[in-house]
Write a protein that binds this ligand. Structure first.
Ligand code: TMP
Length: 208
């Protein structure tokens, strides 16, 4: 069957959405059924939890509550969507997965990685992505792109540049630690260069 689980990561403004459509099309052209989904979200419960997480709130949210809500949404997502899809033989293309938690709640909020790992082991068991594509770009460029969208900023987008710098550093460190699973793509390149790199990586994955 050989179904694969792919996640897409990056700081705000890295251009994930455009590339997800490209990857989906590429895989479908190669005969794969693809389930496109996202975190936090992907289920009815998960989308409700997403609202709670992203909605700006004057009373704030404790870092542990934020972490556990991410994993609550993820537990439901794994159970209802990801595992059933992989068992059917469908490929799963997920806009963010557990690396986002290490980057945002770990790097950004400062929760120790070992603490996150404990909850991750409990929630994921042995599940991990076969491939994670990290769309990397300097924080100031990402922020300029977000400003251009001109919609109301969510609770994460409202954070300062330092927060995103820590997230970027954490993502890059994870990519350096797991170079086979996490492939970094320079998201400041033009779209043709990025998509050629994606074709090469995905062709390798299809052959594996
Ligand atoms: P999105 O902007 O990619 O849709 O993701 C929603 C926000 O949620 C984004 O700012 C990153 C954040 N997030 C976390 O902080 N931790 C996580 O584990 C996930 C999946 C997302």
């Amino acid at each position: 069957m050989n179904a694969k689980f792919i996640s897409i990561e990056g700081i705000e403004g890295a251009g994930k959405s455009t590339q997800i459509s490209f990857i989906q099309q590429f895989l479908e052209q190669h005969g794969k059924r693809v389930v496109v989904t996202r975190e936090p979200g992907g289920t009815e419960l998960g989308e409700q939890v997403r609202e709670l997480l992203l909605m700006p709130r004057e009373t704030g949210m404790s870092h542990d509550a934020e972490l556990l809500l991410m994993f609550a949404a993820r537990a439901e997502h794994i159970h209802q969507v990801i595992k059933p899809a992989l068992q059917r033989g469908d490929w799963v293309l997920c806009d963010r997965f557990v690396d986002a938690t290490f980057a945002y709640q770990g790097g950004g909020r400062g929760i120790p990685a070992a603490r996150i790992q404990t909850v991750s082991d409990w929630t994921l068991n042995t599940l991990q992505t076969d491939l994670t594509l990290l769309f990397d770009l300097p924080v100031n460029i990402g922020q300029q792109r977000v400003v251009k969208r001109q919609q109301q900023k969510d609770r994460f987008e409202q954070e300062k540049a330092d927060f995103f710098q820590q997230i970027r550093d954490c993502y890059l460190q994870r990519a350096a630690d797991e170079p086979d699973r996490i492939r970094t793509i320079d998201a400041s390149h033009d779209i043709d260069t990025i998509q050629q790199q994606l074709r090469d990586i995905l062709t390798g994955l299809l052959a594996s």
